[in-house]
Ligand binder design. Sequence first.
Ligand SMILES: *Cc1c(COP(=O)(O)O)cnc(C)c1O
Length: 369
Amino acid sequence: MADFSKPSMAELLHLRGNQLDKGEPIALPLVQSSMYHLPGLAENFPFYGRATNPTWDALEHALAHLERADCIAFPSGMAAISASLFATLKAGCKLLIPSDGYYVTRVLSSRFLSNLGVEVVERPSNAFEDGGFEGFDVVFVETPSNPGLDVVDLSSIAKQVRAAGGVSICDNTTLTPLGQQPLDLGIDIVVSSDTKSMGGHSDALMGHVASRNGDLLQAMEDWRRISGSIPGPQEAWLLHRGLESLDVRFERMCNSAELIAPRLAEHKAVQSIRFPGLQVDPSHNLAKSQQLRFGFLICFTLESEEKAERFINDCPYLRPATSFGGIHSSAERRARWGDDVDPAFVRLSIGCEPAEELWEALKTSLDQL
Ligand SMILES: *Cc1c(COP(=O)(O)O)cnc(C)c1O
């Protein structure tokens, strides 16, 4: 696997504790306030809940440790993606996005950015570098892509986009900073839906952006404060809590996926499968060279839509649900949302169940199809 320095997880767990004064709570206080006591001038004091909140600050401190870069928290992945695009684009700009990534990013581009005079171009992830990046102001990638799990070459793209004078953005939702560090590969901005495995408990929507470029960060923070796209303190608190167990959950999920994917590939009910950890997968070599882990998503196609539904709905250790990355394994047919995939294509999100128990349940359900 790629050999980038992973942020210290012991340090993450003690980031807050090592700054405490005697008598302060060990757990993060949830500060639910729109107003701050503010006699006289604001100077550098907190002044209003749309601009600042101590629970966000603690969350952003933890996120910054994971990304090894400054971070800004947002109320959802789409809010983070919107901030990255609205802060970098203006009328007349040209934007390149994947045609096979998370579909709402495409809707945001075609429904809103186009109307403001941004030219939007789409390319499939498996041929993303074809045609080069000359003339593009912003290039947005997602790798491994959701749902197809195609991988693009981040350092090659980052280098070409920078040479052409553009800004590169990577949606790192499917891997988290523990699975991939796009900023180390030269990407300018990371965006993430922390609704997925970062939070991990399917109880809060959140997102963040990360960058080592101060001007880009400032523009995205201005966007948050001015547009009002701010996280609720409760959600920020929940994500902070989730991050404390991210390492344990992510490791379990990725290990289980690596155990289960080859067994699925061998099962007679499975017609085709994508998982970057499989040696025969078209993404395998690239994934190995730039990722820290192969992730916890496995996509495969069964014989028919009816069998796929039966598998998803009847397996006792699978929640039939959209979204992914929670401690409970879940699955869905992406064609039901209009993704350009086979009607029997299943996106499986491996959760934190003990791997052999989970495999037994998956196998039993597949055997019965
Ligand atoms: C879920 C998802 C998003 C959107 O995140 P929300 O938190 O639902 O707004 C963006 N990108 C990818 C890759 C996703 O999977």
